[in-house]
Design a protein around this ligand. Structure first.
Ligand code: GRF
Length: 203
């Protein structure tokens, strides 16, 4: 799997992906880490891992289409054919998604379709659910909306600090995201309407 990872911030999911590749559990190469913020820690992580990385600033482009076209060009130039969003805080344009049709995935810190948006974990806690979690899904033009690949649930403990819940969710993200990418690498994800089927190995 020739992968581009898009990130805006800390990049702990990027790190989990890089670590799984290094350990041999994920059969992929991160060809490029792309950030829309030059201060993103994800860039430091890419540098430390010896992975190509680039920060593009939306302010340098006339509109979203032009910015996303520049990202598509950079991703292609680095030989990636699949895209993993890892804390990438912008909506992708239809032009970007068409360039990597069926090959763009995201991780969200809630059990979709509940609690899409910027604060999945906080919203779940505030709502009072007793199970929270995270979702890996294919990306479509709507935010946190595409077909679900895999989800993991964690308990919400009454009265606990939000950061504790977030840490529990993050730990799960670091397990299910590399796993999903390995399924993608193996060609085992079949989208049937809204539903994604994970094919058995060797099918
Ligand atoms: C994660 O919680 C992910 O679900 C969401 O953004 C956060 C990114 O965290 N999309 P990190 O930058 O990978 O640590």
């Amino acid at each position: 799997l020739q992968l581009a990872v898009l990130a805006s911030g800390n990049g702990s999911n990027l790190q989990a992906i890089l670590d799984r590749i290094a350990s041999g559990a994920l059969d992929a190469k991160v060809c490029l880490v792309l950030c829309n913020k030059p201060e993103a820690r994800a860039l430091t992580r890419a540098r430390a891992a010896g992975v190509a990385h680039l920060a593009l600033s939306p302010a340098d482009y006339p509109d979203r289409e032009a910015f996303d076209a520049a990202m598509v060009a950079a991703i292609r130039a680095h030989g990636a054919d699949a895209v993993a969003l890892a804390g990438y805080m912008r909506l992708l344009t239809p032009g970007f998604l068409a360039a990597f049709a069926g090959r763009v995935v995201n991780i969200h810190p809630a059990l979709l379709p509940s609690f899409p948006g910027l604060c999945g974990a906080a919203d779940a806690q505030a709502y009072g659910v007793t199970l929270a979690g995270c979702t890996v899904h294919f990306v479509d033009e709507q935010m946190d909306h595409g077909s679900v690949i895999v989800q993991a649930a964690v308990p919400v403990h009454p009265g606990e600090p939000l950061d504790d819940l977030k840490a529990r969710i993050h730990a799960m993200e670091h397990r299910i995201y590399p796993q999903s990418l390995q399924w993608l690498a193996e060609g085992r994800l079949r989208v049937e309407g809204r539903v994604v089927r994970v094919l058995p190995r060797g099918d």
